[in-house]
Write a protein that binds this ligand. Structure first.
Ligand code: AMP
Ligand code: ZN
Length: 140
């Protein structure tokens, strides 16, 4: 599997930096976003360093999407938000800040004011950790 030693998500895959892990299998990993746009914001990544949507081999993309559906269902069941966006950014103009492909699962409220390029706001780690446990319990 391809890794980039300078990539923060590759470091999470290798266990070099911690995460609030939701799910892991041979080819994918899901964990909580530590700057959540809304509570329950989760990320899904392939265990394969590829910067964006354009380059990822299709079989890895399929596995990443399979895990994305699994996590989206668990977040939906846990929080029952008004809506839920599944998003992915390519390039700085699209507000991509980590250049290892990742899917965002973002619970939404009707009037939450979230725009497409949201700002980074550090989250409360106790709240994120508690939510990660609740979501993990709903992964089927
Ligand atoms: P993007 O802006 O689409 O590239 O999204 C990158 C996301 O990764 C942002 O929402 C960050 O909050 C999130 N992020 C960055 N570093 C970490 C980390 N160490 N653990 C969890 N999420 C992170
Ligand atoms: Zn990487």
């Amino acid at each position: 599997m391809s890794h980039d030693p300078d990539c923060i998500f590759c470091k999470i895959i290798k266990g070099e930096i911690p995460c609030f892990k939701l799910y892991e299998d041979e080819r994918t990993l899901s964990f909580m976003d530590i700057n959540p746009v809304n509570p329950g914001h989760a990320l899904i990544i392939p265990k394969f360093h590829t910067p964006n949507f354009f380059e990822i081999p299709l079989d890895w993309l399929a596995d990443t999407m399979t895990t994305t559906q699994k996590i989206a269902r668990a977040v939906q069941k846990t929080l029952e938000p008004h809506g839920l966006n599944i998003l992915q950014a390519n390039g700085p103009g699209a507000a991509q800040s980590v250049f290892h492909l990742h899917m965002h699962v973002v619970p939404r409220g009707e009037d939450d004011g979230v725009t497409m390029n949201w700002g980074i706001r550090p989250g409360n780690m106790d709240e994120i950790g508690a939510l990660s446990e609740r979501i993990r319990a709903n992964i089927a």
